[in-house]
Design a protein around this ligand. Sequence first.
Ligand SMILES: [Zn+2]
Length: 119
Amino acid sequence: MQSQTVVCERNEHLVYRCIKCGCYWDTNGYNKEELKELILQNKIGVSSGYCPECLRGQAVSKIRKSQKQNGYPSCYLKAEESCDQTACCYRSSCLEEEVDKWRDLVVLRNSYIEDKEKS
Ligand SMILES: [Zn+2]
């Protein structure tokens, strides 16, 4: 079974990084400006996975197949508004409102780092 993020509950200082687009996001509610600095100085643990936007863009058929194999409706990205599968592990990238919530957690887009490295 494929999981979209790797979760490490023990390490408080951990951000997530998308292996495709390189964006960073945080689920612990830390100050984003402080996190940016920690990331740029490599002073924070990073857990890699796909961000919801990239997952949406590339794994649709794989995810639907996995849903079916695990006995669920293969409904990924088919929901118009809401979905009653509240425990679904793909929910965070499937529903637009969940992706919007994730966008609020983004600390850094990759372009920010590239800009910083150029200067
Ligand atoms: Zn991404």
